[in-house]
Design a binder for this molecule. Structure first.
Ligand code: ZN
Ligand code: ZN
Length: 167
């Protein structure tokens, strides 16, 4: 099992503790277990993926607790919530995660990341020009994988092979 990046997880734990105390919410072990699981992951995930991976590791958490903890973590900026075009919201850890934007393959729905400091410069410049204090932005490039190893293409091949065998 990959370990959560220790310094980031420790810092995130402190932020969550302070937030819960401040709001008078309970500091349950489930909430911290969910935080740790998120900080162990490197990907973007939806609520069910997180719930299932915790279940597979034999954590006893309910789906409702996962939902509710994600809300808390988004609220205290430890997790970023994305709406990537599908109806399902996707999440990723945010503390210590470098600023980045996303590309989404419309065939296989794979989410990729890129980091370009020019995006930040544009944000600053536009804010200055229009006397607007920009808090954050959302930028997504949609398109198709052109790489040989596109997940979608692989799945298509498997389906095609499966058909031949059955017929
Ligand atoms: Zn693809
Ligand atoms: Zn991301």
């Amino acid at each position: 099992m990959p370990q959560a990046s220790k310094p980031n997880f420790e810092a995130a734990k402190k932020i969550l503790t302070a937030y819960l105390e401040n709001k008078g919410l309970r500091k349950t072990p489930e909430r911290f277990a969910i935080l740790e699981e998120i900080y162990t992951r490197e990907d973007h995930f939806d609520v069910d993926e997180l719930y299932i991976s915790m279940k597979n590791k034999r954590y006893r958490v309910s789906r409702a607790t996962v939902y509710n903890t994600l809300d808390v973590l988004v609220d205290c900026d430890l997790v970023t919530k994305h709406q990537f075009g599908k109806n399902l919201a996707q999440f990723e850890k945010s503390y210590g995660n470098k600023q980045h934007d996303h590309l989404i393959c419309t065939d296989c729905h794979k989410v990729m990341e890129f980091c370009d400091p020019r995006i930040q410069s544009i944000q600053n410049m536009v804010g200055e020009m229009l006397n607007f204090s920009v808090l954050h932005h959302s930028l997504i490039f949609y398109g198709n994988c052109t790489k040989e190893n596109c997940q979608n293409r692989k799945e298509h091949e498997e389906v095609a092979v499966g058909h031949e065998i059955r017929e």
